[in-house]
Design a protein around this ligand. Structure first.
Ligand SMILES: Nc1ncnc2c1ncn2[C@@H]1O[C@H](COP(=O)(O)OP(=O)(O)OP(=O)(O)O)[C@@H](O)[C@H]1O
Ligand SMILES: [Mg+2]
Length: 293
């Protein structure tokens, strides 16, 4: 069913958190395919399951059921050792809290070099590579500074450098611009675009940026733990940019899962007065959904 260029494949993914007797279904049958080298933005209301999805893709959390594969790795079948290697070599992660991404007592250069400690690179090679990455992040002149001497935007630049230290094919970011002002947020999105272009990194980015659809090739909306609708550019795939391209021609699709399910947004259900039952009528090759209550 999925194309050969697919890099991330989630099928019917479930995550249930149990706290004492209480069960919280954070993901309920989520499907998502991300192609190699693609940039996808994930949006959705608070509590819809965005962070849960990212944590699973990062190998920080395991799903309760379903399928999730990244490259040739089945994330449900990995041993502890595999997971450790996967986290080190295959994914980079950027958190919203700038402070969480960096060690406060290390310089930018030391922060970026740190994840390379477990590789067999020499000290000199680690330093050279960290310098190259910081150059790419536009931080070439501030490598010797500790995080407290850097602005929020600069800290996120370094954080992206840290995430890319071991040249992972996948970069995940959970609201990386959430604590930044609009202009700085735009610059950081531009930087993600540059990383995608320069290193061909596949990027999944969770964001609340209302203009994100004008800045990336594809936006996926998560609703109640399931991918629900998708916004794509009508023109051929374009890279992520920090500046909204108002002229971009967007198309919105409702996603149909493997079992033929679609989600009808609550607002529409209310508008159409659909409660528990609907009638589906096929007419001229079109489906019409009307209330059956
Ligand atoms: N460790 C946990 N234990 C119990 N419940 C959890 C845990 N993590 C998340 N949840 C619950 O799972 C659901 C999805 O949470 P998640 O953090 O993935 O949402 P989100 O879309 O990232 O929200 P936000 O936009 O606020 O960051 C929520 O109902 C949340 O309360
Ligand atoms: Mg979250």
């Amino acid at each position: 069913m999925t194309n050969s260029n697919a890099y991330i494949v989630c099928e019917d993914l479930f995550k249930i958190y149990k706290i004492a007797d209480l069960e919280v279904v954070a993901l309920r049958g989520l499907d998502l395919v991300v192609n190699r080298g693609e940039v996808v933005a994930i949006v959705g209301a608070s509590g819809s399951g965005k962070t849960t999805l990212l944590n699973i893709l990062a190998g920080y959390d395991t799903p309760s059921a379903g399928k999730v594969a990244v490259g040739d790795k089945d994330l449900l079948r990995m041993t502890g050792k595999d997971v450790e290697l996967y986290r080190r070599e295959d994914v980079g992660f950027v958190w919203q809290q700038t402070s969480r991404n960096l060690f406060p007592y290390l310089t930018a250069l030391e922060n970026v070099a740190l994840p390379m400690m477990l590789t067999n690179l020499s000290t000199k090679e680690r330093k050279t590579r960290a310098e190259e990455l910081l150059e790419l992040m536009g931080m070439g002149r501030r490598m010797g500074h500790t995080p407290e001497k850097l602005s929020g935007g600069e800290q996120q630049r370094v954080a992206i450098g840290v995430a890319l230290a071991n040249h992972p094919p996948l970069l995940l970011a959970d609201e990386p611009t959430g604590e930044l002002d609009d202009a700085t947020a735009g610059e950081i999105l531009d930087l993600f675009g540059e990383v995608n272009r320069e290193l061909n990194t596949t990027i999944v980015i969770v964001t609340h940026d209302p203009d994100i659809a004008y800045k990336v090739g594809r936006v996926v909306l998560v609703r109640d733990g399931k991918t629900s609708t998708e916004i794509r550019r009508r023109v051929s795939y374009q890279r992520i940019t920090g500046e909204a391209q108002a002229e971009a021609d967007l198309e919105e699709f409702t996603l149909v899962d493997g079992a033929g399910r679609v989600q009808i947004p609550r607002e529409l259900l209310e508008e159409l007065k659909i409660k528990e039952r609907a009638r589906i009528v096929v007419e001229d090759g079109k489906l019409t959904v009307v209330s059956g209550d």
